[in-house]
Design a protein around this ligand. Structure first.
Ligand SMILES: [Zn+2]
Length: 284
């Protein structure tokens, strides 16, 4: 148990035809409830950091975040993975690896096919030499508010996925099958037939991004058809934000700054206990 490689967690859940949930986090208030809820439910879990939240919003540093997750994970009774979410900067990925991240995503999905292969291969070569896992993206998971999830031209092509995996050595790939990042304008409809075809064409675990707002039944089907990692960010951060607003409204100026942590962690923990039920794997 404890601090575990993401590839090991994905292998574990793949054998049970399900997916591990991966949550974007920014600080102790968001990381701690993820690990506590995973322990309560006996499920493996993955904690992720989205680079922009570090270098733009300055909510943490790579080393601080990695150190915090590692320390909490080592004491946890379930496997906890640490992953760098969407990054297209090779140098930044190197910094993350040096800081202790044991899994990284290289997102070349906006690049032409050959260029995506070149940058992904460069990252896998370095990362694998250092024992670090690599998630790549083929097709493009866009922005929900733009309606990108419905743009079939952005979807992953099964034959291209097979070639991409063979040439890059990526450990997992994020696929575009109808999900998108952010808040959906209309209910998303996953292309499950395409997912099956991709899953037949490649051997590596598949990752579904945009896990805030996809109906549970569709997600359960996607897990059975090859998705082994579900990324969740939007709804988790929205809840964090709303809970802080709720606290300040309720307590007003008389509220204690020092109670905000436990107040928000409790709300996030309760949400996580429900969301994590999607993962059907249970640790012995
Ligand atoms: Zn994503």
């Amino acid at each position: 148990m404890a601090f575990e490689k993401v590839s090991t967690i994905l292998k574990m859940v793949d054998e049970a035809d399900t997916a591990a949930l991966a949550f974007d986090c920014v600080d102790y208030n968001t990381v701690y409830p993820v690990i506590r809820a995973a322990e309560q439910l006996k499920k493996p879990v993955i904690v992720m950091l989205y680079p922009e939240h570090q270098y733009l919003n300055q909510l943490t540093s790579l080393g601080t975040f990695a150190g915090m997750v590692k320390e909490l994970a080592e004491k946890a009774k379930v496997p906890v993975g640490l992953h760098l979410d969407h990054c297209s900067d090779y140098e930044y990925i190197l910094q993350a690896i040096k800081a202790g991240f044991t899994s990284v995503m290289i997102d070349g999905s906006m690049l032409p096919f050959e260029e995506n292969i070149t940058i992904t291969s460069k990252v896998t070569e370095t990362a694998h030499a250092l024992g670090v896992d690599v998630e790549a993206e083929l097709g493009h998971v866009g922005i929900a508010a733009r309606g990108d999830g419905e743009v079939k031209d952005l979807y992953t092509q099964p034959h291209a996925a097979a070639e991409f995996c063979a040439r890059t050595g990526a450990d997992s790939i994020a696929v575009a099958i109808g999900s998108a990042h952010g808040v959906y304008m209309t209910e998303p409809k996953l292309d499950l037939k395409r997912l099956e075809e991709i899953n037949e064409a490649v051997k590596v675990p598949l990752v579904l991004h945009g896990g805030s707002g996809i109906p549970n039944e569709q997600m359960a089907q996607a897990f059975r058809k090859g998705i082994n990692k579900l990324n969740v960010g939007t709804e988790y951060f929205q809840l964090y934000h709303d809970t802080i607003c709720d606290y300040t409204k309720k307590e007003g100026a008389g509220g204690s700054l020092f109670d905000i942590g436990t107040y928000t962690q409790k709300a996030l923990y309760e949400y996580l206990l429900k969301k994590m039920q999607l993962c059907q794997f249970e640790c012995k």
